[in-house]
Design a protein around this ligand. Sequence first.
Ligand code: OSB
Ligand code: MG
Length: 395
Amino acid sequence: MLFSAAMQRSSEISDLERPNSSGPIQIEQVAIRLIRLPLVEPFETSFGSIDSRNIFLVSVAANGLQGWGEVVAAEAPLYSYETVDTAFHIIRDFLAPAMISGPLQSLAELSRRFARFRGHNMAKAGLELAFTDLLAQANQESISRLLRGTRERIPVGVSLGIQKTPTQLLERVARYLGLGYQRIKLKIKPGWDLEIVEQVRNAYPQILLSVDANAAYTPADTAHLKKLDQFDLLMIEQPLNYEDLLDHAHLQNELKTSLCLDESITGSPQAKSALELNSCRIINIKVGRVGGYSQALAIHDLCLARNVPVWCGGMLESGVGRAHNIALASLPGFLLPGDISASSRYFARDIIVPEVKVSQDGTVAVPNKIGLGFELDFDFIKSQTETIELITSSR
Ligand code: OSB
Ligand code: MG
């Protein structure tokens, strides 16, 4: 079944090359908007804690349509070297001028135009997402449909940050299981790992449980990490450094539990290397980390062809980024629950209407409306806006 899905996709792989059915699109304006959204509770990982999200929105305008995307960079270069400020600079000074420099025939043409600029995937992805929303609107279809998504509902999980006490963590696990979430992911770091995983596993012997270390361990911790094997985890996400594919391969060789890579996979060449080296058995796909839909689809297709399950990661996105993640996760290779939680898990109020809801069976509906499939709450966006910058074609 997986195989036939892969075959079916491979004939459609050139979809991104397919000229826009509505003809070439000349982007007239790129708008950058920074807004501040407080988190309902602080989110702590092995690299630090945040209590609000500086949300970076981009919109692109052409022929009376406006497409929206989100740049997932954080304020500090901890998860990635990119930051809100570097992405602002790269978009304003390089990517947006390239984007408006001439008409675009396809999404593939946009990603080729960006490819000569090295790195800065989150900045590139924001504009690719916005362009994809605009293309979907021009074609009068949903983003999921444009990407050849096959699912009407997607399974979801929740990522639980490091807490002050194990009791607080267990309270949150109970709360999200009660809301229907299909998988619990625990953030771990040295000192917050074996004991808390053991407590959660003992309380819930049957649930899908995984851990994410955000690169907090080294190969010297191999014996320690092997102790996680006893907890029947779905996966251990990114235990080692983001550049150490070889060390991950050695670790995977020592472990029963599947490794999943997040930070290490910055594009399809890295995914290919990781799979050839056996650095992991599962891949977390984030459009921001890999530079947009073109790379995300390439990784998806590569994994589907090799029977490697993928799932959609998250970056505490606002509704705009979340809507794009939902569209991506509707593709057939997304076999595991994504980090796509309800809006209310992150924010008291989201910037889209309706907000994203998780149903009691732990799934989220893939909208079939045109474009993003959600309305933007412009009044709320305006009230939270801290910075706006417009880049307009000079011709
Ligand atoms: O490593 O997956 C990660 C959030 C910010 C940065 C990195 C990660 C995360 C999460 C949360 O785990 C995922 C989400 O719910 O958006
Ligand atoms: Mg991760």
